[in-house]
Structures are given as structure tokens and as C-alpha cells.
Design a protein around this ligand. Structure first.
Ligand SMILES: [Zn+2]
Length: 492
């Protein structure tokens, strides 16, 4: 300490004069790069902290840091937790120095530490900060007031019951009717790796780890807070002066729980923050997932999501139903051998666009593609129970026409006949039994995987739109005939 004074005195008395209003300057390469601010529990980047203040401010800070050094230090080294104080070199460039330098700090000796070691040291260091001590004391007060908690210990080792060498030192531990529970104070600087490591330790112990914060502001959250929040069913537990006082007054441990309440806004899920002070015994504690929550955000949010999905599906189904009857009535009113008039063109374009958005393509004009016309005629005829689009008398003539000229649509026609219950009508009209023999042959051909009557793959989505639920059946037939085709190819 004296050495530092000697070092700085000549500098202040020397030639380097500093504008008191200018920004203070750090040394270029400080040995201690990061310090724990014990007042806030935050780690500060030393160069940024020094450079962020005016020279006059920093000098004032320097004095108070020095005054507090031995009793209640403001800053500690992030790697060894030894209190540090602010000194300057002969150019009035500032840096931190340990209160005692015995060569044990990796920052001074430049001994390399792994990322895990640095994290563990920093995490241990946080325990020395004022907010951490204060929140820990509030938890101790709250638990001690509640007779359902026993064996309340602060900063004591918890040895693994499975592995002698494995141990943790929770901030506070206690036993309650549901078993042993560890309480860890979560400051904004708690690290995810540390969090994850602890969860599995306490799960193995068949115990529960409860994270407690000193305060929580939903509008100002760090990623490390979110790591806890979203693994805890969107609940955050806070113990503060008010809850501790309440716990003591009613002799029951209370916490302040912040949680998200999901809501529906149109077709979107939104949520808003709420908070409530509640007895700890009313929380749902889950050892397997290491969760401890008051409001079941996950369940309520997924219920709302399911409700939105269901409505969207119903709406889509209603839209498809409307489009389907529009297309069929268009087809019924259409004059088969005349070019479409202006109104028909407009109606067709609108239908075509609406279906195209749903992956179903219609030809650019209703009279453009004879295969498409045959398919539509077949389905519309089956629906009406009489020929549509062709000058026939009986439905069975439609069946033969399709089988003769459009074998790729005969399966679709078969589905339509079944869907609109026309099998009996077809049988009645089939006086000679020709259709009966023919449909048996078509069935055999399909069962043998022959390609003759396989559905046109390009029409499957349209057929499924006209008769929902047929897609899988048509695709199955196509899959069956593909190997048959390839076997012909390989045989030749
Ligand atoms: Zn150090």
C-alpha cells in the first residue's frame, strides 16, 4: 500500500497536469482487466470503467475506494476475489492493484486459466458482493420465520449422496416436508454453465434447486435472466425486504413471483407480465425438471396455441368448402361448347388464383385441357347423378367415356361414384354387365401394379381438393406401379 502512495505522489506533484474535466485514462494493458463491483454485484471492464469517467470524478472515487479497502471493499479482482484499489502510473494513467500481492493471482502471474475455471472463480467472487449477501440474509430471515423449514444452513457444503468427491455449496439450504432444498441467489451475472451444472447435481440428489433474485424488471432483462426464466415455466422468484417482513409477520415463507400470463390477440399469442406475493408452499415444485413455479405458463400458452391452430384450420376448411362449391357450380352452369364470356373469365381467374395459393393448379381457361374437362365432368356427373358436360343420358356412359378416353381419371371417377353413392345407379344402368366386367378388370390392373389406369400425378391435388381425403389413396396406387415400370425397364 505504501509503495503505491510513493508511486503516485511524485506523479501528482510532477509535470503531468491533467484537465480535471477530461476523460480519465486507463493504462494500455492492465493486469487486472475485470473487477467485481461489490456494491452492484456486476463485473466491470476496468478500462471501460476508468475511461468512462472524468478525471476529477475518478480521483474522488479513488479516495473512497481506498477508504473502504480493508473493511468493506468496493472492488475485488474477478479472478482471485482479493480487494483491489485504484492507482496511477507517472503519466496519470490508472489501473487496479491487489491489496496484497503474494503472487497467487492468475491476473498478476499471467498463469492461464480455462474458461470453466474463470467462470467458477468469478461466480465464487460474486458471493462477496453486497447484493448477494443482502439477498442471502433475506432468504435466511424468511426461512427461519417459517416452522415448516428446518436445518437451515448458509454457505455449507452439500455432499453428493452418490459420489464422495462431488459437492456443492449452495447459498442457503433447508429441509421442508417435500425434502431438501437448495436456494441460490441469482444475480444478473450468474452464468449459464454454472446454472446447468447445478441443475443436474440437485436432480441426482433428488433435491430441488430454487433460484432467487433480489429484484426483477421484465422490461430490462439480461440473457442470463432469460436462461432461468424460460427454463422455469416463465416464472421468476424474488425475495425482497417486503416479502421477508411478511414471511416473519405470518411465520410462513413468502416470495414474490413474476410470471408471464399468455393471452390471445387475434390469431397471435401475446403475454403480459404479472406479479404476486404468495406462500412458497403454493408453488409447484418439480424435481425432475428442477422447476419451481406459481403460474403454469407453458400449459396455458399451449392451450391458446392449440385453440388458435384449431380455428385457423376450421377457417381454412370453410374456405376450401366454399371454393369447392364455387368450382362445381361454375362447372354446372358452364356451356360446354362455347367460349367463356366475360363474367365466366373473371370468375375463373378468381377461382384459379384462390386455388393456386393452396397449391392446386387449374388450367388458364376452363376449356383448354380435355383431360381436365373429363375429370371435372366425371366428378360433377357423379355428384349430380346425371351426365354433366357430355351429351349422354346415363351416368354409366360417363364411366365408359372416362375409361376409354381418360384412363388416368378413372380412379378419381370411382371415388366420386362412391362418395356420392352412385354405385347402385351405375349397376342399374349397366344392363349388359359391361361396366361391371370393366371395373373388375380395372381393379385387377391396379392391384397388379400396372400403369394403365394409374392416376395422373399432376391431378392428385385437384382431385383431393374436389374430394378431400383422396390424396393418400391415389398416391398409394402410383407408388405401387412405379416398381412395375422399373422392372419392365430393367428386363429390356
Ligand atoms: Zn486477482
Amino acid at each position: 500500500m505504501d509503495g503505491a502512495e510513493k508511486q503516485i505522489e511524485p506523479a501528482i506533484g510532477g509535470n503531468v497536469t491533467f484537465d480535471p474535466l477530461a476523460a480519465a485514462l486507463p493504462v494500455d494493458e492492465p493486469a487486472i482487466r475485470e473487477a467485481l463491483d461489490c456494491d452492484t454485484g456486476e463485473f466491470v471492464d476496468v478500462k471501460a470503467w476508468i475511461g468512462g469517467q472524468r478525471y476529477e470524478e475518478l480521483i474522488a472515487q479513488r479516495v473512497s475506494i481506498r477508504e473502504r479497502l480493508s473493511k468493506n471493499p468496493r472492488f475485488r479482482c474477478s479472478l482471485c476475489s482479493v480487494p483491489v484499489y485504484l492507482v496511477a502510473n507517472q503519466f496519470k494513467h490508472f489501473f487496479f492493484r491487489h491489496i496484497t500481492e503474494d503472487g497467487s493471482c492468475p491476473a498478476e502471474t499471467r498463469s492461464p486459466l480455462s474458461r470453466d475455471e474463470i467462470l467458477a472463480r468469478k461466480y465464487d467472487g460474486v458471493r462477496e458482493s453486497e447484493p448477494h449477501k443482502r439477498i442471502k440474509a433475506l432468504i435466511m430471515r424468511s426461512l427461519s420465520a417459517d416452522p415448516s423449514f428446518s436445518e437451515i444452513l448458509s454457505e455449507r457444503q452439500w455432499r453428493s449422496s452418490h459420489d464422495e468427491r462431488s459437492r456443492r455449496q449452495p447459498d442457503v439450504q433447508a429441509t421442508r416436508p417435500m425434502g431438501r432444498t437448495a436456494f441460490e441467489v441469482q444475480l444478473s451475472t450468474t452464468f449459464l454453465d454454472v446454472v446447468a451444472g447445478r441443475r443436474s447435481f440437485y436432480r441426482q440428489e433428488d433435491a430441488l434447486l430454487v433460484w432467487v433474485m433480489g429484484k426483477f424488471d421484465p422490461d430490462y432483462r439480461r440473457l442470463t435472466t432469460d436462461d432461468l426464466l424460460f427454463t422455469n415455466n416463465s416464472n421468476i422468484l424474488v425475495v425482497d425486504e417486503e416479502t421477508a417482513t411478511l414471511s416473519e409477520a405470518v411465520r410462513r415463507f413468502h416470495v414474490r413471483c413474476h410470471f408471464r400470463r399468455p393471452a390471445r390477440e387475434g390469431d397471435r399469442l401475446t403475454d403480459r407480465w404479472e406479479s404476486r406475493v404468495i406462500p412458497f408452499s403454493e408453488l409447484t415444485c418439480e424435481k425432475e425438471s428442477q422447476r419451481c413455479w406459481y403460474f403454469d405458463y407453458d400449459r396455458q400458452a399451449s392451450a391458446i396455441r392449440a385453440e388458435i391452430d384449431k380455428e385457423l384450420q376450421e377457417r381454412e376448411r370453410a374456405t376450401l368448402d366454399a371454393l369447392r362449391s364455387e368450382l362445381l357450380s361454375f362447372w354446372l352452369s358452364r356451356k360446354p361448347n362455347a367460349a367463356p364470356d366475360k363474367n365466366e373469365v373473371r370468375a375463373w381467374t378468381a377461382l384459379r388464383e384462390a386455388l393456386s395459393e393452396r397449391g392446386v393448379s387449374l388450367p388458364s381457361s376452363p376449356d383448354e385441357d380435355s383431360g381436365f374437362i373429363a375429370l371435372m365432368n366425371g366428378v360433377a356427373s357423379a355428384k349430380e347423378g346425371k351426365p354433366v358436360g357430355w351429351n349422354f343420358k346415363h351416368l354409366v356412359e360417363v364411366a365408359h367415356r372416362i375409361a376409354d378416353g381418360y384412363p388416368q381419371h378413372v380412379v378419381a371417377f370411382g371415388h366420386a361414384a362412391r362418395l356420392f353413392k352412385r354405385d347402385e345407379m351405375l349397376a342399374e344402368q349397366d344392363r349388359t354387365g359391361k361396366w361391371k366386367r370393366r371395373s373388375a378388370a380395372i381393379g385387377a390392373s391396379l392391384r397388379n401394379g400396372q400403369p394403365d389406369f394409374a392416376p395422373d400425378p399432376a391431378s392428385i391435388l385437384l382431385v383431393d381438393f374436389l374430394m378431400p381425403g383422396t390424396k393418400a389413396k391415389l398416391e398409394k396406387i402410383n407408388l405401387a406401379y412405379v416398381p412395375a415400370v422399373s422392372s419392365v425397364v430393367t428386363a429390356s
